[in-house]
Design a binder for this molecule. Structure first.
Ligand code: NDP
Ligand code: 2IT
Length: 450
């Protein structure tokens, strides 16, 4: 059917830019999705008429609030907190909380928008949301982090609930912060309920949740390789970051017979030509999660490894790359470096780690490229399973959850292949965008104009 009376992609993006001034990350995330969706809905009048994409790209609501707390020197500190509830067509809002000085409304809106498509891809009933604060946990004492988390929850509790919005962790928010926030929610509301995921096992957490994002990204990578008659065995990987996602990606990649060459943080990268095997990964886990140290200490501990201050992993030769740190860590130049250095597959543990120009480089080079909304969906998928366990007041064992995670990542891979195959190339970006969009869009059509 002719759609000439509808806005085209350029007009649509002009509108998005105009309505979201200065929100570059959000505009970037919408742009990445819009080009594929416009192609998909070209002959589907009902999606145009109902303005579905425009509605998904307008968050249901953005709550912003003041967070006051007292540091150890009795100074009063003021931070800004947000919860972006993007879309709850297919389930309660669901998505992590990020504490990092780079957090802005634009960053959280991009993450909540991406989360809507990602959560749809998991096949579980979860809408998309994201929250956070510009609070910097680096260098803060446990008591300071606790006071901040409590103050943050003093406002957030009004906006969340097990059937409304279920936050979890993200950058700067791990088991410690979830514990403090859950404790405060329970104290304020006098309710024990599955309002947060990523909880510790003692109070309703799920087996496999800490591992799920990193393991899931490696399953997705393996699935892409196998679709091309290749495997992880014997391959070398560049991994960025050294947090939750990075270390668990390293662990699963190693277990599958690969060799991890790098890990990083925002100060620099370590390169270990001997490979970062399981014992070294265990050492990094303790360094990062207990001692809260920096990755440069790795090179002081393990001879043979080198630390490069201010550098990133993309300068080294390898077969595959798993960006697991943050958004826009791979620019066009860095994408080119990866291709020149022999990388054949990229699976994104982080959210939107590659710029739009970088994605173009991967596509042109016909790389196997698994975008974050598909490749890192394992984390939120196991969060969804944590919600199910909490609702039923049961706990499943590790084996069951490991199988469910692997199966979900397999299903996501299949869906992305179904919608992304272009001749002999699988455009996983397109596959993920369309498959993620379709379920949310069809639910929204069913609701009419709301
Ligand atoms: P962590 O806080 O555990 O680790 C983050 C890592 O990334 C740290 O090594 C950190 O280094 C590095 N990093 C953060 N910001 C920057 C920056 N601006 N520049 C360079 N390095 C940076 O977070 P996660 O491992 O949980 O999250 C990593 C990525 O994975 C994020 O993009 C997140 O959105 C995504 N993700 C996380 C999921 C989860 O379940 N946790 C699920 C799906 C996606 P430093 O200490 O120097 O800041
Ligand atoms: O980006 C993500 O998918 C997450 N940070 C995890 C969200 C969740 O609700 O588990």
């Amino acid at each position: 059917m002719a759609v000439s009376d509808h806005v085209d992609l350029n007009q649509f993006m002009e509108g998005v830019k105009k309505r979201n001034p200065g929100q570059t990350e959000f505009v970037q995330a919408v742009q990445e999705v819009a080009q594929d969706i416009f192609e998909f809905i070209d002959d589907k009048e009902e999606y145009h008429e109902a303005q579905i994409l425009r509605r998904i790209a307008e968050p249901d609501r953005v709550v912003s609030f003041r967070v006051c707390w007292e540091d150890d020197n009795h100074n009063i500190r003021v931070q800004r907190g947000w919860r972006v509830q993007n879309n709850n067509a297919i389930g309660p809002y669901k998505g992590g909380i990020r504490f990092h000085p780079t957090v802005t409304e634009s960053v959280l809106k991009f993450l909540a928008f991406e989360q809507t498509f990602k959560n749809s891809l998991t096949g579980l009933p979860m809408g998309g949301g994201k929250g956070g604060s510009n609070f910097n946990p680096r260098g803060k004492s446990d008591s300071e982090v606790m006071r901040f988390c409590q103050s943050f929850m003093n406002e957030l509790f009004r906006h969340i609930g097990p059937d409304t919005d279920v936050p979890a962790g993200d950058i700067g928010v791990g088991a410690r912060e979830i514990g403090y926030m859950f404790g405060q929610y329970k104290r304020i509301t006098n309710r024990w309920e599955g309002v947060l995921t990523g909880k510790a096992l003692e109070y309703g957490g799920s087996q496999m949740r800490p591992e799920a994002t990193g393991y899931g990204a490696v399953y997705f990578l393996r699935n892409m390789l196998q679709h091309n008659d290749e495997d992880i065995e014997g391959k070398a990987a560049l991994i960025s970051g050294s947090g939750n996602v990075a270390v668990h990606a390293a662990e699963k990649f190693t277990e599958m017979g690969g060799k991890v060459l790098t890990l990083s943080d925002s100060d620099g990268v370590i390169h270990d030509p001997d490979g970062i095997g399981q014992e070294k990964i265990d050492w990094v886990k303790e360094l990062k999660f207990e001692k809260r140290g920096r990755i440069k200490e790795y090179a002081e501990e393990f001879s043979g490894a080198e630390y490069h201050e201010g550098a990133e992993p993309w300068d080294f030769e390898a077969d595959v790359a798993l960006p697991c740190a943050t958004q826009n860590e791979i620019s066009e130049d860095e994408a080119r470096k990866l291709v020149d250095n022999g990388v054949k597959a990229v699976a994104e543990g982080a959210n939107m780690p590659t710029t739009i120009d970088g994605v173009e480089v991967f596509r042109d080079a016909k790389l196997l490229y698994g975008p974050g909304k598909a490749a890192n969906a394992g984390g939120v998928a196991v969060s969804g399973l944590e919600m199910s366990q909490n609702a039923d007041r049961i706990s499943w064992n590790t084996e069951k959850l490991a199988t469910m995670l692997e199966d979900i990542m397999g299903d996501i891979h299949e869906k992305t292949v179904e919608y992304g195959t272009e001749g002999d190339y699988v455009n996983y970006v397109k596959g993920a965008n369309i498959a993620g969009f379709k379920k949310v869009a069809d639910a929204m059509l069913a609701f009419g104009v709301v």
